[in-house]
Design a protein around this ligand. Structure first.
Ligand SMILES: Nc1ncnc2c1ncn2[C@@H]1O[C@H](COP(=O)(O)OP(=O)(O)O)[C@@H](O)[C@H]1O
Ligand SMILES: [Mg+2]
Length: 156
């Protein structure tokens, strides 16, 4: 478990960028937090760190899953906000993405319930003020614990 706070959107982008350095194909990041918490902003930072133009990254609410070609790795970004049940989410085919060679980031991930893989990086964002955000990063599984440990060392 790792708790971090940011005080501006730029800091959240910088954090995403740093996190991206440790991401490998097949990694799954589950984001949760209210509307406006900063989930998409964090994804923009991750995208930037992967060599993707962050301006292209928006909440994929209509397209549902977007694919971006990074410098070395692909990024898959989905937003489950508009989906209300696990059947719809399963129909969207998110399970197919867990096996694909890319980094998969899911907004409103809790809506996927049991469809989520056994192991993933769980990031919850709390709105703490106008521009203050609290990030709680939790590793689900050893691979993500190692990732978190590396990330901890970087930001110490
Ligand atoms: N520290 C911060 N981190 C991230 N976003 C912030 C922060 N402070 C203010 N914001 C603003 O909050 C909003 C977050 O929006 P967004 O990332 O789309 O949230 P979500 O995807 O969680 O709904 C943006 O308008 C952003 O500029
Ligand atoms: Mg969003």
């Amino acid at each position: 478990m790792l708790n971090l706070t940011t005080n501006t959107p730029e800091q959240t982008i910088a954090m995403g960028k740093q996190l991206a350095e440790f991401l490998k194909p097949g990694d799954v990041i589950a984001l949760s937090g209210n509307l406006g918490a900063g989930k998409t902003t964090l994804v923009k930072g991750i995208a930037q760190g992967m060599g993707i133009n962050e301006k292209k990254v928006n909440s994929p609410s209509y397209v549902l899953i977007r694919e971006y070609k990074g410098k070395n790795i692909q990024l898959f970004h989905c937003d489950l906000y508009r989906l209300n049940n696990v059947e719809q989410i399963s129909f969207l085919g998110i399970e197919d993405y867990f096996d694909r060679e890319g980094v998969f980031v899911i907004e409103w991930a809790k809506r996927a319930g049991d469809l989520l893989p056994d192991e993933y990086l769980d990031i919850n964002i709390d709105l703490l003020g106008e521009e203050k955000r609290g990030f709680r990063l939790k590793a689900r599984g050893d691979k993500y614990q190692r990732l978190l440990n590396k990330f901890k060392n970087l930001i110490k």
